[in-house]
Write a protein that binds this ligand. Structure first.
Ligand code: PEP
Ligand code: CO
Length: 450
């Protein structure tokens, strides 16, 4: 049994517990070789950065900051390229500046990026024609192509995933520190395909106002030579699913002697792997990163209480973000009692809304999609419920891309079911495109401002 006392935690204590959603690696020796290789490699992020994020998230508990987390459902090795990374960053920067300027709150920018390569699946196998194949579990495990060879889990993919994450992060660091994210460039973040749309034009107007404000400050002699103007603070996150990989990237911080999972700044536990007595919870309770926990509509409140006691025993603000993904039809019934219980316990929680994962439907044509209006309605309910309960809506969690995809229906261009085939690229869940994302940001800014 899991005693969940800190003296029983070790880097590999999770192995004594049941780990759901792990690949069936065909060759354990090959797994050991891959993990030994990963243990030798440098950390992707640093403890000091992780602590900075946790401190910022502490502010999101009280409403002094707002968490914006977003990116692909599942990143793909084949799409790790400069244009794709730049477009993803652009849309997040656009959303963040919209929330900051129009919403009037500092925004904590966290990408589902540079490591979001492993996916939980509802079934171990998938039937394609006459073939029963292992399910695709993300590029860090196998290949999505529907053949037996492609779907066989290959542990060297974890090593490749590390290198892909490193390359992605390297470019993100260059973009965010090297001038691309400077506030002088707010207009340049507007994607070409967005700029001609009503949403793009609204953004353009806001960008001009920001430009004028900056010019005014320059004119009166305020120095623009500060990181607040010239750089963006950008953090990475992914679902901590493959525990061998996460363990291999977990390191002791030499300045404090504490353990940090240095594969990303923030790790979250998925709806399918958050069992109190499961291996994912056992592993993550021992690292000091800020943690997200996905919470679906079928949760049990007392079970969540036990889970939070384990993950955040000291009730440290910023340690825990509850990412509720309840669905437009259930949020009104399910969120209020959860909020009341947490409030009654006096728990420090960043409340974040994932309006994507419980609003997924499949069209007659077989495409997984989400309706823009369902996403917006769940978000609105999330805000209204928190206002009514006197708690703080502290953040949002989206699946989105900077590209001009047609995966979610609705939005200003009113993408219909029949349009989904035009540019449906996701290897997992449907994402908002850049224009739909920006539209949501303007709607959100109004809610935040209220
Ligand atoms: C996801 O975020 O892609 C995901 C699988 O979410 P959840 O665990 O909430 O289903
Ligand atoms: Co998803």
């Amino acid at each position: 049994m899991n005693e969940n006392t800190s003296d029983t935690w070790s880097l590999s204590s999770w192995k004594n517990f049941t780990a759901l959603q792990q690949p069936n690696w065909p060759d354990e020796t090959a797994v050991d070789i891959a993990l030994a290789e990963l243990k030798q490699l440098p950390p992707l992020v640093f403890a000091g950065e992780i602590r900075a994020l946790k401190a910022l998230l502490g502010k999101a508990v009280t409403g002094e900051a707002f968490l914006l987390q977003g990116g692909d459902c599942s990143e793909n090795f084949a799409k790790v390229s400069a244009p794709k990374i730049r477009e993803a960053l652009k849309v997040l920067l656009q959303m963040a500046i919209t929330l900051t300027y129009a919403g009037g709150v500092p925004v904590i920018k966290v990408g589902r990026i540079a490591g979001q390569f492993a996916k939980p699946r509802s079934a171990d196998t998938e039937t394609v024609g006459d073939l029963v194949l292992p399910s695709y579990r993300g590029d860090m495990v196998n290949d999505a192509a529907p053949t037996g060879a492609a779907r066989t889990p290959d542990p060297q993919r974890m090593v490749k995933g590390y290198h892909m994450a490193a390359a992605t992060l390297n470019l993100l660091r260059a973009f965010t520190r090297g001038g691309f994210a400077a506030l002088h460039r707010v207009q340049a973040w507007n994607q070409e395909f967005v700029s001609q749309s009503p949403m793009g034009m609204t953004y353009e107007r806001m960008a001009k106002q920001i430009d004028e404000a900056i010019r005014f400050m320059e004119t009166i002699g305020i120095s623009m030579d500060t990181p607040q103007i010239n750089q963006a603070q950008f953090f990475t996150s992914h679902e901590a699913l493959l525990l061998g990989y996460e363990e291999a990237l977990t390191r002791v911080d030499s300045t404090t002697g504490d353990w940090y999972d240095c594969s990303a700044h923030l790790l979250w536990i998925g709806e399918r792997t958050r069992q109190v007595d499961g291996a994912h919870v056992e592993f993550l309770r021992g690292v000091l990163n800020p943690l997200g926990v996905k919470v679906g509509p079928g949760h049990d409140i007392d079970d969540l209480r036990r889970l939070i006691d384990v993950l955040n025993p000291a009730n440290e603000p910023g340690r825990l973000t509850l990412i509720t993904r309840l669905g437009v039809s259930q949020i009104d019934d399910v969120l209020p009692p959860l909020i009341r219980a947490m409030k009654q316990d006096g728990r420090a929680i960043v409340w974040s809304c994932d309006p994507m994962h419980a609003n997924t439907i499949t069209t007659g044509g077989g495409h997984k999609t989400r309706k823009f209006n369902d996403i917006l309605t769940e978000l609105r309910s999330f805000f209204e419920i928190h206002w009514a309960e006197g708690t703080i809506p502290g953040g949002v969690h989206f699946e989105l891309t900077g590209d001009n995809v047609t995966e979610c229906t609705g939005g200003a261009r009113d993408i219909g079911d029949d349009d989904l085939i035009i540019n449906y690229e996701t290897s997992c869940d449907p994402r908002l495109n850049a224009e739909q994302s920006l539209e949501l940001a303007f709607q959100l800014a109004e809610m935040i401002r209220t």
